[in-house]
Ligand binder design. Sequence first.
Ligand SMILES: [Zn+2]
Length: 114
Amino acid sequence: MGLSLTTQQAKDIKLLARFTQVWCSGHRHQGRTAFPLPGSIRPVQLCATCAAFMNYAVTKRINCPLETEKPSCKHCRIHCYAVEQRALVKQIMAWSGRRMIMRGRLDYLWHYFF
Ligand SMILES: [Zn+2]
């Protein structure tokens, strides 16, 4: 994807991709392959199911209608995700967030956005 992202879009997508990768490998999902990300973000390793979710999440983030006033997805007044994906992203962020913190990645603590 030769798409150029805003700094905030790149930050959010990168974070979400990292968390999804931790979730996917932590749950030992089978058949993980490189999932390409837009802009200059390095690809992450995801199974087919997580790749489908990530594709959804990237599309949603890129098409965010509140780009200019955006505080964070967690505090968004729209919540553009469908029920199923929203439940999944909350699970991913909470599970992977705990794991990151156990590994001493306290910097991620401030970035919970679901
Ligand atoms: Zn997976």
